[in-house]
Ligand binder design. Sequence first.
Ligand SMILES: Nc1nc2c(c(=O)[nH]1)N[C@H]1C(S)=C(S)[C@@H](COP(=O)(O)OP(=O)(O)OC[C@H]3O[C@@H](n4cnc5c(=O)[nH]c(N)nc54)[C@H](O)[C@@H]3O)O[C@H]1N2
Ligand SMILES: Nc1nc2c(c(=O)[nH]1)N[C@H]1C(S)=C(S)[C@@H](COP(=O)(O)OP(=O)(O)OC[C@H]3O[C@@H](n4cnc5c(=O)[nH]c(N)nc54)[C@H](O)[C@@H]3O)O[C@H]1N2
Ligand SMILES: [Mo]
Length: 768
Amino acid sequence: MRRHGPTQDIDESALTVTPPKRQAAGVTAVAVALARSVEEMGVVRTARSLARVNQAHGFDCPGCAWPEPTGHRRPAEFCENGAKAVAEEATLRTVTPEFFAAHSVAELAEKSGYWLGQQGRLTHPMVLRPGDTHYSPISWDEAYQLIAGELRALDSPDEAVFYTSGRTANETAFLYQLLVRSFGTNNLPDCSNMCHESSGTALTGSIGIGKGSVSIDDFAEADLIIVAGQNPGTNHPRMLSALAGAKAAGARVVAVNPLPETGLLGFRDPQTVRGVTTGVPIADDFLQIRLGGDMALFQGLGRLLFEAEDRAPGTVIDRAFVDAHCAGFAEYEKQCRDVDLDVVERATGLTRAELDRTADLLAGARNVIICWAMGLTQHTHGVATIEEATNLLLLRGMIGKPGAGVCPVRGHSNVQGDRTMGIWEKMPDTFLDALDREFGITSPRAHGYDTVHAIRAMREGRARVFFGMGGNFVAATPDTEVTEAALRGCSLTVQVSTKLNRSHLVHGRTALILPTLGRTDKDLRGGVKQQVSVEDSMSMVHLSTGRLDPVSEHLRSEVAIVCELARTLFGPEHPVPWARFADDYDAIRDAISRVVPGCADYNRRVRARNGFVLPHPPRDSREFRTTTGRANFAVNELTWLPVPEGRLILQTLRSHDQYNTTIYGLDDRYRGVHGGRKVVLVNPDDLAEFGFADGELVDVVSEWTDGVERRVRGFRLVGYPTPRGNAAAYYPETNPLVPLDHVAARSNTPVSKAVVIRLERHEHEVRA
Ligand SMILES: Nc1nc2c(c(=O)[nH]1)N[C@H]1C(S)=C(S)[C@@H](COP(=O)(O)OP(=O)(O)OC[C@H]3O[C@@H](n4cnc5c(=O)[nH]c(N)nc54)[C@H](O)[C@@H]3O)O[C@H]1N2
Ligand SMILES: Nc1nc2c(c(=O)[nH]1)N[C@H]1C(S)=C(S)[C@@H](COP(=O)(O)OP(=O)(O)OC[C@H]3O[C@@H](n4cnc5c(=O)[nH]c(N)nc54)[C@H](O)[C@@H]3O)O[C@H]1N2
Ligand SMILES: [Mo]
């Protein structure tokens, strides 16, 4: 175990490439997880923390939002990547005032995100005042006064932006939006704007609620599960256990992905003895689709379902469900019957046989679940694509019955809960009315900025204070050069963080780092151990209790930071009982129970062994609270992505060794990329056509209608089985290529999965 992080940064010239792995998880995963944990935390902390992940009385894994099984929990309900997330947070390495004294901001800004994160946990509140070269310590009180002073000096509350990342627990999220609305703005952008916003938008229009309609138990009852645009082997490894379980009960799994992701094509369950010796291929069928082809796929399947119904009337379309619950069927039928299957083949890159095979499965299945993640949401037509997937389920009556439904698989462990608690720039008036009634405040009603709008507002000087509740805004957002300039234009940037990251180094005139407790840390307030609660991807709400001793006595809980800032900003006369909330999280939950729909009796229900499930009208009673009062078939003009001559379409995605902008290591084990991250995966035939050799260094240049040249340099070409015309590279290194204004229709999500690029031979820089 080392108390200090590595001093060397990444050496991309050490990068090696091996053939992609055929199987995921298994014993190697367990060994990797344990080795990483012991190195960061030592043996005792490792045992104490990993034994508590996702247990009924433990803490919620800060990894992903996949739910815990409701019945029997196995002794180790975590995965390799969950263990890495825990080790990253529970590390004993620290970033102290001495560290900041030894490293200037300019020097740190040259380091990679990997190096920054490896230095350890932040220990003290730090400030960078105008003209300073180094961060220096500041007391908590002074920090709050500084923030309050800058906020009060604004011409309007709408000149401040309050970002949230999805690790924030329900109690914090609720108080944070209360602070922001008490201050007078709805500028509450969050990571969801870049993530599942397309899912929320589509599902709200189609079924009246922006959340998934299945529970973990439904997986065991499904007989067809489609996993589209998702890499669970890396990003939701515990989902593989659910899929393996479903298969054992007879389900078929179809993977829809441009890449042959190892986790979907082969899986060894590390938690069963059998898994150690035999692997199960998860996917029965793999549809290697072209980037952005899913909308065409779903429309094509719609047409084939209508044709199957023609051949055997009354067997495919669930007429009773459609008549009783849906609107827009006639228009949808017309759209489907007009679909040109030749176009579908071109758009998807799939054969007619593959389409027919999938349609047959879909037509014959009793219970169908469709799962998806960023491969569907981060496209211009992300909302429409998800609507088309939902159309197929509606046609077959697959919403609101056991074993079937829509399953957007969320990313951050509490991103869904944050929304439930009011983190949204356009929360409905009913919520704001309840908030005002409870606290005697007047929340603003005008909608605020989402992530993309917030960047534009900062760029144009309309927003001047940035406050980040977790996350790494500068590195996670698109168009890095534009975003960095926007942040540098602010008068104040504040980051509530556990670890050092780039958002501390690209800063406003004054900058603050406020170090906070993480999910695994013990949270004592008023001498009492406090608990927080979270909501998973399937609307289950449960408690999370940290047990490890914090690495520094100067850390504050996020709840305490919000309450103390609010007291400084609003003074002791404010109608919200901030001081009480800070010392008694039960009091916060009581307020939540009166304001947030579905949360009545929150304190009691959240303490049940598995917590409680939030209401979901379509799932619970086939009730659809849409504009028509019915489930809506959506009709969309087909969008797909032809590849421009001499160009490629690039998706930006995660390696196996990262958590968003947090880079755990340099080993994308399943894809065979080791020791570095600057790679572009390209089909070998495209390499040959463009005259490039595998392994050659290139600059990647993105092309967008604004004519601005966006370029990243010195990336290694890796021949890889991706479809012709489609390439892949890691985020966040490639975020400079994603244009800020290239966003999904209706959800405003940056299009991170379809950047038009050209490759140029890398010329080594000649220094003058
Ligand atoms: N270990 C780990 N876990 C994580 C995260 C992490 O970074 N590390 N991040 C968390 C977060 S915030 C999120 S949102 C989730 C992300 O989970 P994922 O959505 O799985 O994340 P990505 O790596 O972006 O992978 C996108 C997948 O979609 C495929 N894809 C890309 N474009 C298309 C397309 O047009 N069509 C289809 N059908 N497929 C496509 C890609 O090949 C890839 O397999 O994971 C969460 N969990
Ligand atoms: N090009 C491209 N861009 C993308 C994506 C993509 O696929 N491609 N994916 C998008 C998606 S899906 C998402 S969700 C966003 C992610 O965007 P963010 O959520 O903003 O980014 P993260 O990397 O998850 O944030 C990591 C930081 O959070 C802080 N942190 C960790 N735990 C805690 C905690 O408990 N409390 C507090 N206060 N801070 C904590 C640490 O300091 C750490 O450095 O990125 C988006 N950006
Ligand atoms: Mo995400």
